[in-house]
Design a protein around this ligand. Structure first.
Ligand code: PHE
Length: 506
């Protein structure tokens, strides 16, 4: 394939599956249930749905239209909206890149657990197994220690898998997603049905679905719900923009966005039944209440679930299914993040795909080594916080401001409607102009104030500097520098769009 040759999705289904695959990931089966658990079940669900409708879907439609109607990867399309915003596209990509560096490590844990499932290696004490045997966790973030070999091997395999999955871009992804989207769903159904038949399952489900209306007055719950929606829909990382740029002209936007958004949330919702029924069962076994089963996020997949698996019929098989599900859920999210980076580099620098793929993978793998060390979990937690709370909100805010205030949103809306089965009304413009930027800005301010008052998770400030502020700085400064190249490229191709004009006709 010649450099710069445009590759499209095989068909509409391939695009929808790829976008769904990106959206559905560890966020649905792991982060979502844990957030529900932490914020009192049903109340979180309510906030989550509100966040989906007022900000998530409008932003998804925005990103699809940026990629397809305006054209190109995140920096290219935002640069065409206004040359002052090309850097935001790069910032999104760099934030996404940092996420990939640890997302792939969680996949390496899952790959290790896949192997451990055959013998139920975690035995009767999955907690010690996870923290001591698998992670070898040190007693502080600054006690870094050496990388754990099995985690490192797992990471190498995961990266090989990622690179092969995007080898020829949309063309390869088009094929891969048929398996990576459908297989985890099939397994999920088995786990839901299996889970619901367990004794005590009902208590778990009750906890999951009963809203505590008072909890809705808690600002932190709303913050968590909005973060979860942005993270889960993969918006704010340049992923959906890049994916939409491989759509043929005149493709549908609105319907596709609704299909992707709703199936993502439906998966999280259904997944909740598998997780909470199992938690209910476990609570009954232990003779404790559902609220007392877990105390930290990662424990859900790597401690609580293994503990539950021990008691299930066909335990090793259940373990294998669970971890295959996690891996196949995660792989298409991971490679979508990588694809966004690759698309940005290719677009701007005209470098060939193979070289770019390998370059990105090697760099991400090298950075990922830090999370395979004995302090890895702490660093992962820290970087995750900064990327999802700062990076994501900042990008969502800037992206919406760029299009909402520096572009003719009304014309863009008409343009979107002209190729979409379902039409969007003025509410979309209102959301892009006001609701998305305002909610993202408020969340950003809350986070910044929180971080000024105290370091995240009580980590020493110096680690916060390296795991938080420096990566953010890299995203901003790197964005600004790379953005200049993007502008040059856009000028050269002479495709800059007048800010008051509609996007070029396609
Ligand atoms: N949406 C994915 C999940 O829920 C994570 C992700 C974020 C993927 C951003 C791509 C981009 O796990």
């Amino acid at each position: 394939m010649a450099v710069g040759e445009k590759v499209y999705w095989d068909n509409r289904m391939a695009f929808v599956l790829a976008a769904i695959g990106s959206a559905i990931g560890l966020g649905n089966i792991w982060r979502f249930p844990y957030m529900c658990y932490k914020y009192g079940g049903g109340s979180f669900l309510v906030a989550y749905l509100v966040a989906l409708l007022v900000a998530g879907l409008p932003l998804l439609i925005l990103e699809f239209s940026l990629g397809q109607k305006i054209g190109g990867s995140a920096p290219a399309s935002l640069g065409k909206v206004s040359k002052n915003f090309a850097w935001v596209g790069w910032m999104a990509i760099i934030v996404g890149f940092f996420i990939t560096t640890y997302y792939s490590v969680i996949m390496s844990w899952a790959a290790n657990y896949f192997v451990h499932s055959f013998t139920l290696a975690w035995g009767n004490d999955p907690k010690t197994f996870f923290y001591t045997n698998v992670l070898g966790l040190s007693d502080g973030i600054l006690k870094i220690g050496s990388p754990r070999l099995p985690l490192l091997i797992g990471l190498a395999i995961v990266w090989l898998w990622i690179v092969l999955s995007i080898w020829k871009g949309a063309r390869t992804v088009s094929k891969v997603v048929y398996v990576t989207v459908t297989l985890p769903w099939l397994i999920l159904i088995v786990l839901v049905i299996g889970g619901l038949t367990l004794p005590g399952a009902f208590d778990g489900i009750k906890y999951y679905l009963t809203p505590d209306w008072k909890a809705l007055l808690n600002a932190e719950l709303w913050q968590a719900a909005f973060t979860q929606i942005f993270f889960s829909l993969s918006v704010g990382f340049g992923v959906m923009i890049a994916y939409a740029s491989f759509l043929k002209p005149n493709s549908d936007i609105v319907n596709n966005a609704f299909i992707v958004g709703l199936s993502n949330c439906a998966t999280a919702f259904v997944g909740g039944f598998a997780v909470f029924s199992a938690i209910g069962y476990y609570a009954q076994l232990q003779g404790v209440s559902v609220a007392d089963v877990m105390n930290s996020g990662p424990e859900l997949a790597f401690v609580t679930y293994p503990a539950i698996i021990n008691h299930l019929p066909f335990a090793p098989l259940m373990g294998i299914l669970f971890f295959v599900m996690l891996l196949t859920l995660a792989i298409d999210s991971a490679f979508s993040l990588v694809e966004a980076v690759v698309a940005g580099i290719m677009d701007t620098f005209g470098i060939g795909r193979t070289k770019t793929n390998i370059f990105v993978a090697v760099l991400a793998f090298a950075i990922g080594v830090i999370y395979t060390t004995t302090a890895g979990l702490y660093w992962l937690d820290l970087v995750d916080h900064y990327m999802t709370f700062f990076g994501l909100f900042a990008v969502a805010f800037l992206e919406a401001v760029a299009v909402g205030w520096f572009f003719d949103t009304e014309k863009l809306r008409k343009k979107i409607n002209s190729t979409s089965q379902m039409h969007i009304g003025k509410w979309w413009v209102i959301s892009v102009k006001f609701i998305v930027p305002l909610s993202a800005l408020i969340l950003l301010i809350i986070t910044v104030i929180g971080r000024i008052n105290a370091s995240y998770g009580g980590y020493p400030r110096v680690s916060e500097l390296f795991g938080g502020w420096i990566p953010i700085l890299i995203a901003v400064l790197g964005g600004i520098v790379l953005g200049k190249f993007t502008i040059k490229m856009i000028r050269k191709d002479n495709v800059i769009v007048d800010t008051q004009d509609a996007p070029p006709s396609i």
